[in-house]
Design a protein around this ligand. Structure first.
Ligand code: GLV
Length: 325
C-alpha cells in the first residue's frame, strides 16, 4: 500500500506534525510563495495540503491540482474557492470553535488598547516622557456603559458579547450586515434578553465601538468604507479581528488621520502582510500582526483538527471538520 503524503506549508505546533507522521510522510515548509505552492499542488507528489490563510487556492489552481484535500489551518477559508474544490472532488476542512475564546480575547485586547490609547501610552513611557501621574495624561474613551455594536453574531461574535457584558457594556448586533435576518432567542441562547438586534444603519450610527465578526464574502468586502466611517460617532472605535478586506483600509487611514473616528484596533489587514500607507504612523491605530488565535491551547487545537482533517482526507473519508460549498 502506498504511503500518504502530506504537505504543510508552514510549521504548525504539536500534535499536528505527530498525527501526520503517524499516518504517512510529511513535508513541512517554512512558508511558500504562490509559485512554489502551485508547483507542489500540481506535481502529484502530495495527497493532502495543510495550508495557511495566506495560501490561495483559486479556481485556476484547483483545476490543475492533483490532491485529495485541503486541510486549512484556520477557521476562515476565504483563501479557498470551496465550490471549485468540490467540482474537482477536493475535500476542504477548517478548524472551527477551538479559537473562539482566543479570538474574542484578542478582540477585547484591541478594544481596550485602542480605547485607552495603549500604544501611545507605551511609546510615551519608553521614550522617557513620563514625569508623573497627570490628570489629563492620555485620557481615553469610556468602556463601561458604552455601546458595543457587533457585526456578525456567530461563534466568535457571541464570545465577544459575553466579555463585553462582563465589562458592563451595552451590546447591540446585526447578524449578517449589511442585510439582516431575525435571530431568535433560542439561537441567542444565554445572550437572549441581554443583547439587542438592530438594523445595520442604526448600529453604525449609535455604537461607541464596532467590532467585526463576519466572514469575508463579496457582501462583506469593504463593509466598512468611507461612507460608514463618516457616519460613525467621532468618538467611536473600530475593531477588526475578522478579515482585512472587510475594511477599506485606505479610507480608514484617512478617517483616523482626520479624527472622523477616535481609534481603531486591527489584527488583520487588507493586503497582509503589507499595511496601507500611513497606517503604521497613526498614534490612534492599535495594531497586531494577525495573532487573533495565538494562545497555546487554540493553536495546538487547530493543529490537531487540521491534522485529523488531513488524515481523513488522505484515507478518502469525510473530514471531521468539513467545509461545504
Ligand atoms: C485565522 O484568521 C483563522 O481564520 O483561523
Amino acid at each position: 500500500m502506498s504511503t500518504h503524503r502530506f504537505l504543510v506549508t508552514r510549521e504548525i505546533p504539536e500534535p499536528g506534525p505527530s498525527i501526520l507522521k503517524d499516518a504517512g510522510d510529511v513535508v513541512i515548509k517554512d512558508g511558500m510563495s504562490a509559485d512554489e505552492l502551485r508547483e507542489a499542488v500540481t506535481s502529484g507528489e502530495y495527497d493532502v495540503v495543510l495550508p495557511q490563510v495566506s495560501d490561495t487556492f483559486d479556481a485556476e489552481l484547483l483545476a490543475q491540482a492533483k490532491i485529495r484535500g485541503i486541510a486549512n489551518y484556520a477557521v476562515g477559508y476565504n483563501n479557498i474557492d470551496v465550490a471549485a474544490a468540490a467540482d474537482h472532488g477536493i475535500a476542504v476542512g477548517n478548524t472551527p470553535d477551538v479559537l473562539n475564546e482566543a479570538t474574542a480575547n484578542t478582540t477585547m485586547l484591541l478594544l481596550l488598547g485602542a480605547a485607552r490609547r495603549a500604544y501611545e501610552a507605551s511609546e510615551y513611557l519608553r521614550e522617557g516622557k513620563f514625569t508623573g501621574l497627570g490628570p489629563n495624561l492620555l485620557v481615553g474613551q469610556d468602556i463601561t456603559g458604552a455601546t458595543l455594536g457587533i457585526a456578525g453574531l456567530g461563534r466568535i461574535g457571541k464570545a465577544v458579547a459575553h466579555r463585553a457584558l462582563g465589562f458592563g457594556m451595552n451590546v447591540i448586533f446585526t447578524q449578517r450586515p449589511p442585510e439582516d435576518r431575525p435571530v431568535s432567542d433560542d439561537e441567542l441562547g444565554d445572550l437572549a434578553g441581554r443583547v439587542s438586534q438592530v438594523p445595520w444603519d442604526e448600529l453604525i450610527e449609535t455604537s461607541d465601538y464596532i467590532s467585526l465578526h463576519v466572514p469575508l464574502t463579496e457582501d462583506t468586502t469593504h463593509l466598512i468604507d468611507a461612507d460608514v466611517l463618516q457616519r460613525m460617532k467621532s468618538t467611536a472605535v473600530l475593531v477588526n479581528t475578522a478579515r482585512g478586506p472587510v475594511v477599506d483600509e485606505n479610507a480608514l487611514v484617512r478617517a483616523l488621520r482626520d479624527r472622523e473616528i477616535f481609534a481603531a484596533g486591527l489584527d488583520v489587514f487588507e493586503n497582509e502582510p503589507q499595511l496601507a500607507e500611513g497606517l503604521a504612523e497613526l498614534p490612534n491605530a492599535f495594531l497586531l500582526p494577525h495573532v487573533g488565535s495565538a494562545e497555546v491551547g487554540s493553536r495546538s487545537g487547530m493543529a490537531r483538527m487540521a491534522a485529523e482533517n488531513a488524515v481523513a482526507m488522505a484515507h478518502g473519508e469525510t473530514p471531521p471538520y468539513e467545509v461545504m460549498p
